[in-house]
Write a protein that binds this ligand. Structure first.
Ligand SMILES: [Mn+2]
Length: 332
């Protein structure tokens, strides 16, 4: 993979550019994709941004979101713009498999592929790019990309709003260790464009349905198990649990973080039954590496303190397996 700045000469003339991100996109995925789209369009390129799956409700207000192409609902349009594109940007993922149904299309695409990402252990399929697991967010890296190109002046309030969403969500509102001085320096620059950070926070975090809030109450009372001797906690949700409160896709988002607010808990796991697969989310505090945990035992990976995995065994078997592994692998 050539350094990211080597792609700048390719961008000296107007290009057709395809931008994509990971399946089930989060704030950083959509934020980075929209910010880069706004910037490249302002530079005179023709940009198509494709999300492998639906944009969650709490991000739909973002500037430019209505232009996004959803691969799952309109695959033909997505494939057409991919075929016509001259350059492909891949944001906030480092394994084409993370785009799920777009994986083969991306791997077979002949156009130069550019990676901007902060997940551990990138696959070797990109022509240009930058991979920095120590970065707070892909949005911070898009900000760096724009400035490296000498284009700080292009950062307007639309770009700033999108970047702010990504860095805010990926740092847990500026709480996680990757929130470096340079993150705050960037945010200062974003605020200079006049963005309303209070409104952005409300759009993203205060958009719950009543049933989602009641579901959270149910989960914390009925479904959370705390293992004091391991400094760990576990939430298990069956398909039946999800039906109880008319849970929507995305309503389980963030549930895994709640146990970490209990004093002394440094490892939290959420296990959910999804279709014929068991999905797992891991979060930790401090020096307990959940990326390694996910990689070793549950076909996953991600970040040091935030990762995901899956299991093909049933829910009960997966939970039993997890508890056995926990006996020897915990932060205490
Ligand atoms: Mn990210």
């Amino acid at each position: 993979m050539l350094p990211i700045q080597e792609v700048f000469p390719e961008l000296n003339v107007s290009r057709k550019i395809f931008i994509t991100t990971h399946h089930k996109p989060d704030g950083d995925a959509i934020g980075s994709m929209l910010a880069l789209s706004h910037y490249l369009a302002a530079k005179g390129h023709f940009v198509s941004a494709v999300s492998p799956s639906e944009v969650p409700d709490f991000l739909r207000w973002m500037p430019g979101c209505s232009q996004l192409i959803n691969f799952e609902s309109t695959p033909d349009t997505a494939i057409k713009v991919l075929k016509e594109a001259e350059i492909i940007f891949c944001l906030d993922f480092n394994d084409p498999g993370r785009t799920k149904h777009m994986e083969t299309l991306l791997l077979e695409a002949k156009q130069p592929k550019v990676l901007i990402d902060h997940h551990l252990f990138p696959k070797d399929v990109w022509d240009y790019g930058v991979s920095m697991p120590e970065k707070s967010s892909t949005c911070e890296m898009v900000f760096d990309f724009i400035r490296l190109a000498g284009d700080d002046g292009y950062i307007n309030s639309d770009i700033a709003t999108c970047l702010y969403v990504g860095v805010m969500t990926d740092t847990g509102s500026f709480k996680f260790p990757a929130t470096t001085p340079s993150v705050h320096t960037m945010v200062a620059r974003l605020l200079e464009t006049g963005i309303d950070h209070t409104a952005i926070h409300e759009h993203v975090y205060d958009a719950w349905s009543e049933s989602r809030m009641r579901f959270l109450g149910y989960v914390l009372i009925e479904k959370m198990e705390v293992f004091r001797k391991f400094d760990a906690a576990l939430i298990v949700l069956s398909r039946k649990d999800m039906n109880l409160f008319n849970v929507q896709n995305g309503d389980t988002e963030g549930l895994v973080n709640y146990p970490l607010s209990i004093k002394g808990i440094r490892f939290s796991t959420l296990i959910t039954e999804r279709g014929d697969e068991i999905k797992m989310s891991f979060r930790s505090k401090g020096d307990f590496d959940v990326s390694k945990f996910a990689r070793l035992y549950f076909e996953g990976g991600g970040h040091f303190n935030a990762s995901g995995g899956r299991s093909k065994s049933g829910l009960d078997d997966t939970v039993a397996q997890f508890k056995r592994i926990l006996e020897d692998n915990h932060p205490k």
